[in-house]
Design a protein around this ligand. Structure first.
Ligand SMILES: [Zn+2]
Length: 347
């Protein structure tokens, strides 16, 4: 009997972070146990007078939101990082080490319509979101002390997002945070050995194997990465290497908006529920240096496992030793691939 990754427990390497994920495919040798919830959507209004993100509403700071028609960005009223702090560091015998950290946190409203999500927004409206991200990324990257800009979306109460109004956040800061730093190191090493980006080669191999591709358009590919940790984790990867989202052409922005919507629709269709996730864009540091090694991409980390209610927890062995999964990445990709591109509410 020889080793077979579709049958035998094994570890897979995340080539972007250098970390391993333990996979136990023998534990998932059962029929699909997913459950679709009866669509029992609570009717959310298009405008909520108590929502601090709706147009025209007053926020806790006393500022009033404009009557915006597309997107709206503002500095987070409860920013975790701020720009005007004294800088310095503390070291005691190399044992107690701390450094000051400056940053800027922003909130981006995706739409004035309180009840929408990316899955239900029109592609043209999502193009406005991507353009707003480009605008913010460009402006924040010009701030001298900002060296990294993290764009992300936290969707759903299960992800700790308390407000259903469609929105995302940007945390821009002085140092490069832990996750993008790991990806920086591995992409850098690969590029200087091979003169191609790591994701360029990875994407070519995935397209050739065609086992984990969820969908693709002219400029982007959405796949379940070989090393996926969350049950239905995906990545949207641009076909051509680009260090940041500012490199996108107009057709690429359009295609990216389409891809973002398509994966959001497929996620909602999976359990016929508004599917929660944390999603974010990893791109080159904004340190003023060239970064040909960086190939930006968007990662989606959704916690749902088998239904709208059954969630994967990173506890026990996973918290203490190593992340682990039972459903193979290939199975997840197949499941997502076969789901319709039309939202279940419109079917
Ligand atoms: Zn709202």
């Amino acid at each position: 009997m020889s080793f077979d990754i579709t049958e035998h427990p094994h570890r897979r390497l995340n080539i972007l972070t250098g970390e391993w994920i333990q996979v136990s495919p023998h534990r998932a040798k059962r029929p699909w146990q997913g459950q679709e919830e009866q669509p029992s959507e609570i009717e959310i209004p298009s405008y909520d007078p108590t929502c601090y993100l709706c147009p025209g509403n007053l926020r806790s700071t006393g500022e009033r939101n404009p009557a915006y028609e597309n997107t709206f960005s503002f500095v987070n009223d409860f920013s975790a990082l701020v720009g005007h702090v004294p800088t310095g560091s503390v070291t005691e015998d190399g044992l107690l080490v701390a450094k000051s950290e400056r940053g800027i946190c922003k909130v981006i409203c995706f739409s004035p319509d309180h009840r929408l999500t990316i899955a239900e927004m029109e592609v043209d409206a999502i193009v406005r979101v991507v353009e707003e991200w480009q605008h913010e990324f460009s402006a924040l990257s010009k701030v001298p002390f900002i060296h990294h800009v993290q764009i992300f979306e936290n969707k759903g109460a299960v992800m700790g997002c308390s407000n259903p109004h469609p929105h995302g956040q940007i945390w821009a800061q002085e140092s490069i945070p832990v996750e993008p730093w790991k990806k920086h190191v591995h992409q850098h090493d690969f590029y200087f050995k091979n003169h191609r980006t790591l994701l360029e080669d990875y994407l070519a191999l995935e397209l050739k194997k065609n086992q984990r591709i969820v969908f693709q358009n002219h400029y982007f590919v959405c796949l379940v990465p070989f090393w996926a940790t969350w049950p239905f984790e995906t990545m949207i990867i641009p076909r051509r290497p680009m260090d940041t989202i500012l490199r996108m052409s107009t057709p690429e922005v359009q295609a990216f908006a389409e891809a973002y919507k398509t994966i959001a629709v497929k996620y909602d269709n999976l359990f016929k529920t508004s599917f929660p996730y944390s999603a974010g864009i990893h791109q080159a540091p904004t340190d003023g240096k060239p970064h040909p090694e960086w190939h930006w991409h968007m990662s989606f980390y959704p916690p749902l496992l088998r239904s709208a209610k059954v969630k994967k927890f990173m506890v026990g062995y996973e918290l203490l030793a190593n992340p682990q999964r039972d459903i193979a990445a290939e199975f997840s990709a197949e499941k997502l691939r076969t789901l319709p591109d039309l939202h279940y509410k419109q079917q």
